[in-house]
Design a protein around this ligand. Structure first.
Ligand code: CMP
Length: 142
């Protein structure tokens, strides 16, 4: 069964370039509800932990430096089949390969600074949501 939640981060370059509001508007227009949201700056240790699954990849150190370089917005999004639906809204990892109108095509800079993160599975959506949010920080009654 497909889950109904996913975790997103609006990445430092997109926040710095003033795209937070436009990206949140795309999220709402696509029919997602925001269950939890915060504006924060990851420490290097936190960025390492979040992306630990990629630690053997050649881009890991650069990714950690980038993701801890400035404030981000993290949010739990809800919609039926959320992981797949959100990945459709954001487009391919590399903005150069993303479809027209997707978040990464519109607001991404390059494959690393690709505007947003979206969970790649229901299991990771749970792990990543628990990374940022306690139970008291989630509002799912509306
Ligand atoms: P994200 O969806 O946050 O998941 C892992 C991140 O690693 C990805 O977005 C990119 O920011 C980054 N990434 C993936 N592949 C590459 C690559 N080939 N070169 C640089 N960064 C990458």
């Amino acid at each position: 069964m497909n889950g109904n939640r996913t975790l997103t981060m609006i990445k430092p370059t997109a926040v710095k370039n003033g795209h937070t509001g436009a990206i949140l508007a795309k999220i709402y227009e696509a029919g997602f509800r925001i269950i939890a949201m915060k504006y924060l700056k990851l420490s290097e240790e936190q960025a390492k932990a979040f992306y630990a699954v990629h630690k053997e990849r050649p881009f890991y150190n650069d990714l950690v430096d980038f993701m801890s370089s400035g404030p981000i917005v993290a949010a739990i999004l809800e919609k039926n089949n959320a992981v797949e639906e959100y990945r459709r809204v954001i487009g391919a990892t590399d903005p150069a390969n993303a479809e027209e109108g997707t978040v990464r095509k519109l607001y991404g800079t390059n494959i690393q600074e690709n505007a947003v993160h979206g969970s790649d599975s229901d299991d990771n959506a749970i792990i990543e949501s628990d990374f940022f949010f306690s139970k008291l920080e989630r509002f799912d009654l509306i």
